[in-house]
Design a binder for this molecule. Structure first.
Ligand code: ADP
Length: 534
């Protein structure tokens, strides 16, 4: 057959920055640094510096496909590095500084990182890990000339007369590792094409809905799940970015007001701290704020109600590193305006619907050959596919998808008739009691609905009669008391009677993973020998 006759414009991510610099060149980007100082640049400035960085990388012999790592918070020099690294044809590897030393050693060796750019705040990690990172030839510090060359001095030595490396749209451009809740972290290798399609898709009103008027403050760190793709999509939109290298609620709230932030994105913990801070300070909700994206963990209903009650659109999103990470977003249904406020909150508390570009389905937990109906009742293993979903893990031997190209997310969910996804658990965390499934997530959500509960985690513990029974581990809010019997009585009004945990243990702290999620693995280890009362 004859080929089509349209131009061969490769979907390479450097086009995004070229566009931003050309069409939105004067649009500002603000960085608030760890020492409290602030600096401002523009999209034109980001491109100028990224070209210098590409040149600096080429000067030290970086070849297409080489890995350039970062260990850094959110700021414009980190953004310059995203584009400078991919511009040189390299693969950007954003390292999560919250990983444990053994994981940090493992992923740098696995990725074979050649260059590391880091924040001074993470210099102690660098000092400690240096002997265990033999592949790294060059260290560059973003905000200090100690213990490595200062970023501005390094790229400042270049004139920027460089060109982006050319290549195929299926070349890799970015490497992100999952936090490794089981076994070693696994690398997901995004391509220029997958990243570009994800970025374009993000601009839909149903996703991030960004345009040139948007003032975006990403609170999701640039080292977590590609910062939800915002650095790429924001360039396509020509949005203003407001970055903070410190995650302090008071600093963030002040920036929201001063820079007139209209949209922001972060995990529930961040939004909790944000709401507490605007109440504590008496400042109230920043008047410019129009949209809040929340994902990574379930967004509590009380939080959704608070934002929506103040006229702010809430997008409750689900995704994972393996999905670049957009899977679903909390888009409104066609009958949205006919729903009551309470109904709307109920829908937003679920994980939302897929945008164009992602397909999802649930299959039977015991037999993956059975595709389950979208009846809002039947829970199964959630699978997804699409152009920005992982096919194979980095250096992995076998495909991470089945022959039909479906990727098994490890999440358990029901899908409602209107296409709304509702997560009920992770495959490894469901509790099987007397042959029936109990959702640990629903138990936890019910428990945190109690005014004295700060955090709760449910795990299955061996039971001689029922095989497994739920044990609830709870951290109380400071200064508030609640006992096991009271809390069990409260839960009995929220979930099925046979779901009510047989015992509740109160602790000072629940273990978390490197990405701040509850580590069920550690919790199960901790309570391995737990004995039920007779
Ligand atoms: P990691 O797997 O490294 O912890 P990810 O960000 O890739 O980090 O985690 C993806 C997982 O986070 C999903 O599989 C899901 O279990 C959970 N998750 C993401 N978004 C939500 C959400 N809105 N509600 C509940 N769980 C979520």
């Amino acid at each position: 057959m004859q080929l089509g006759a349209m131009q061969d414009w490769k979907l390479r991510v450097t086009h995004l920055l070229d566009h931003a610099a050309r069409e939105h060149g004067a649009r500002e980007l603000v960085s608030h640094w760890a020492d409290g100082t602030e600096s401002r640049t523009t999209w034109a400035g980001i491109r100028r510096d990224a070209l210098k960085m590409t040149q600096a990388l080429q000067r030290i012999g970086i070849q297409p496909g080489d890995r350039i790592a970062t260990l850094a918070m959110n700021h414009h020099r980190h953004l310059v590095t995203w584009y400078g690294a991919v511009g040189a044809g390299g693969i950007l590897h954003t390292i999560n500084p919250r990983l444990f030393d053994d994981q940090l050693e493992y992923i740098v060796a696995h990725a074979e990182d050649r260059v590391l750019l880091f924040d001074k705040a993470f210099a102690p990690i660098v000092e400690r890990m240096r002997p265990r990172w033999p592949t790294i030839e060059r260290y560059v510090c973003f905000d200090s000339d100690e213990p490595a060359i200062h970023f501005e001095d390094w790229i400042g030595a270049e004139n920027g007369h460089a060109a982006w490396a050319d290549g195929d749209e299926n070349d890799p451009c970015m490497l992100c590792y999952t936090s490794g809740t089981t076994g070693n972290p696994k690398g997901v290798l995004y391509t220029h094409r997958s990243t570009m399609l994800h970025a374009i898709s993000s601009l839909q009103p149903a996703v991030f809905g960004m345009d040139a008027r948007t003032v975006m403050m990403p609170i999701v760190p640039m080292f977590h799940a590609a910062s939800w793709g915002l650095p790429w999509a924001g360039a396509a939109a020509g949005a203003k970015f407001v970055y903070s290298a410190v995650n302090d609620a008071a600093v963030l709230c002040d920036l929201f007001r001063r820079e007139k932030v209209t949209a922001s994105a972060g995990v529930p913990t961040v939004w909790l701290a944000f709401l507490q801070e605007i109440d504590r300070s008496g400042m109230g909700m920043p008047p410019s704020l129009k949209q809040v994206v929340c994902g990574g963990s379930a967004m509590p209903s009380s939080m959704i109600e608070r934002f929506m009650g103040e006229g702010i659109r809430v997008a409750h999103a689900w995704g994972m590193t393996e999905t670049s990470p957009i899977g679903t977003t909390g888009t409104e249904t066609w009958d949205w305006d006919d729903l009551s406020f309470a109904e709307q909150i109920g829908i937003k508390a679920m994980q939302g619907r897929v945008p164009f570009g992602v397909e999802m389905r649930c299959v039977d937990l015991g037999d993956p050959g059975i595709v389950l109906p979208r009846d809002g009742k039947t829970a199964g293993a959630l699978q997804v596919r699409g152009p920005w979903v992982v096919k194979r893990y980095f250096k992995g031997e076998k495909e991470a998808v089945d022959t039909g190209q479906w990727f098994d997310t490890g999440d358990v969910a029901v899908i409602h008739p209107n296409g709304t996804l509702q997560l009920t658990d992770r495959t490894k965390d469901v509790i099987k009691s007397g042959g029936e499934w109990i959702s640990s997530v629903e138990l936890e959500n019910a428990a945190v609905g109690h005014p004295a509960v700060a955090e709760a985690a449910a795990i299955g513990v061996f039971h001689p009669k029922w095989d497994e029974r739920p044990l609830l581990v709870v951290v109380r809010k400071a200064g508030v008391d609640v006992g096991s019997d009271d809390l069990r009585a409260f839960l009995a009004t929220k979930v099925a009677k046979w779901w009510v945990p047989d015992d509740i243990v109160f602790v000072d702290e629940i273990p978390h993973t490197g990405t701040g999620k509850i580590s069920k693995k550690d919790l199960r280890d901790q309570f391995r020998d737990f004995q039920w009362a007779a």
